[in-house]
Write a protein that binds this ligand. Structure first.
Ligand SMILES: Cc1ncc(CN)c(N)n1
Length: 212
């Protein structure tokens, strides 16, 4: 197994708790409370800003042209279609992106900033991989998608052939870079992967915890 699969196994308990989270079930069922979804999306709008910056760093630090172009194309989609979803969804929910991140969001922003400032392609890839692979996992549910665009589009942004190919690219690049890396770099990538999976779980929890 490569680095990505090894890490997926090593973090399996937390990973499965995140992809099987109540938020995911309620989103698929179309029953997620508007206040919970608004809180989640408002915090995720803060996530998106730093995620775009991290994608930009991966574009800059990629050591090959093909992955650099693939990451740049995905950056365009996130800044375009995905950001457009946030604008429409937050407007419909009557919410705005807060200026203050909740602790889980703060943890993610710090993690993404750390990976970006390292200017290490491997660090950037590791955090991007968790964020996209874990979302592909919960969004690749076999059941019928909910009717309401508010729920369905958030699922559709994280599944399908193009998104699957994007995650495959992140996985193979992460495996390649980790395979060539020295022990210190690999250990850092291991730590970043683990922290990112932990944060994905608490990010979902926070949408409910803050709702009171
Ligand atoms: C917290 C979180 N993690 C991952 C994703 C998918 N890019 C997201 N939008 N938000």
């Amino acid at each position: 197994m490569g680095f990505a699969d090894d890490m997926r196994v090593a973090t399996a308990a937390t990973w499965e708790a995140a992809v099987g989270h109540r938020f995911v079930d309620e989103l698929w069922a179309g029953t997620v409370d508007d206040a919970v979804l608004a809180r989640y999306l408002a915090q995720d709008a803060l996530f998106l800003d730093r995620f775009v910056a991290l994608l930009g760093e991966a574009v800059a630090s990629a050591d090959r042209t093909a992955p650099r172009l693939a990451i740049a194309r995905q950056l365009g989609l996130v800044a375009g279609d995905e950001n457009d979803y946030f604008d429409r969804a937050l407007a419909r929910l009557g919410a705005t992106a807060p200026t203050d991140p909740l602790p889980a969001t703060r943890g993610f922003l710090d993690l993404m900033d750390e990976a970006r400032r390292s200017t290490s392609y491997g660090d950037a890839l590791t955090v991007l991989l968790v964020a996209e692979w874990l979302y592909l996992d919960w969004a690749s549910h076999p059941g019928a998608a909910p009717d309401d665009w508010l729920h369905r589009e958030w699922i559709d942004l994280h599944r399908g052939p193009a998104f699957t190919a994007w995650v495959d690219l992140l996985r193979s690049e992460t495996d390649r870079v980790a395979g060539d890396a020295d022990r210190t770099t690999r250990e850092r990538m291991t730590e970043l992967f683990t922290r990112a999976v932990d944060l994905e779980l608490v990010f979902f929890d926070a949408a409910y915890a803050a709702a009171g």
